[in-house]
Write a protein that binds this ligand. Structure first.
Ligand code: MN
Length: 197
C-alpha cells in the first residue's frame, strides 16, 4: 500500500486542467469537519467526507443522505481527499476525472460518538477499520447522529448510511430535494455552473 494517502487522489487528476486542490497533508484543526458535496457527474450523487487523521475519508452516496431513520442509503467508498477539498465548489472540466459541477451541499463540525462509549469505544480510525462509524453532525442542513456500516467484504465493500433516531430525525423532511442551495455560497447548481463553468 502507498505511504501517501493522497497518491490515488493525485493520480486521477490533471491539476493543470482542474481547479480542484492538489492537497497538502496538514494536521487537522481542533474540530474535525464533515462535508457533503453534491456532484453532478455522469450520475448525480452526494460525496460524504469526514476529516480523519489529516485527510477526508470519502464515500459516494448515490441518493444522498436522509433524515428518516428508516431509510438506508448506499454509500460506496472512494479515495481519500485532501482536507482543503472540503471547501471546493466549482466545475471540473467535462473530460477530466469526475467532470461536472460540485456544490458544498452541507458542511460543519462532527463528533465521533463512539469516542466516549465504554462498551463500544473507538477512535475514528478504529471505527473505520471495524466498519462501524457513529457520528454526530453539526451541519447547516444535517444535524445529529448518523450511522455508517460496512456490509459485505472483498475489494469493493459497500456501506450503508442511516440517520440515528434522535431529536434531529424527521421522516417528513426531504432535504436533498427541498434544500438545494450551497451551504457555503447559497448558490444553486445552475448558478455554480454559470459562474465557474
Ligand atoms: Mn463525486
Amino acid at each position: 500500500m502507498s505511504r501517501d494517502p493522497l497518491a490515488e487522489y493525485r493520480k486521477k487528476r490533471d491539476f493543470g486542467r482542474t481547479t480542484e486542490p492538489k492537497g497538502k497533508r496538514r494536521s487537522g484543526k481542533k474540530n474535525p469537519v464533515f462535508v457533503i458535496q453534491k456532484h453532478d457527474a455522469t450520475n448525480l450523487h452526494y460525496d460524504l467526507r469526514f476529516e480523519v487523521d489529516g485527510v477526508l475519508k470519502s464515500w459516494a452516496v448515490p441518493k444522498g443522505p436522509s433524515t428518516d431513520p428508516r431509510e438506508k442509503r448506499l454509500a460506496m467508498p472512494t479515495e481519500d481527499h485532501p482536507l482543503d477539498y472540503a471547501d471546493f465548489e466549482g466545475v471540473i472540466p467535462e473530460d477530466e476525472y469526475g467532470g461536472g459541477t460540485v456544490m458544498v451541499w452541507d458542511i460543519g463540525p462532527y463528533r465521533n460518538l463512539r469516542a466516549d462509549k465504554d462498551d463500544d469505544g473507538a477512535t475514528m480510525g478504529e471505527a473505520l477499520d471495524e466498519g462501524k462509524v457513529e457520528v454526530a453532525l453539526a451541519g447547516k442542513k444535517l444535524k445529529g447522529g448518523y450511522l455508517l456500516v460496512r456490509i459485505g467484504k472483498g475489494k469493493k465493500p459497500r456501506w450503508l448510511l442511516r440517520k440515528l433516531d434522535d431529536d434531529a430525525a424527521d421522516a417528513r423532511r426531504n432535504p436533498t430535494s427541498t434544500e438545494n442551495k450551497s451551504a457555503r455560497t447559497g448558490r444553486t447548481m445552475k448558478q455554480i455552473a454559470k459562474d465557474e463553468g
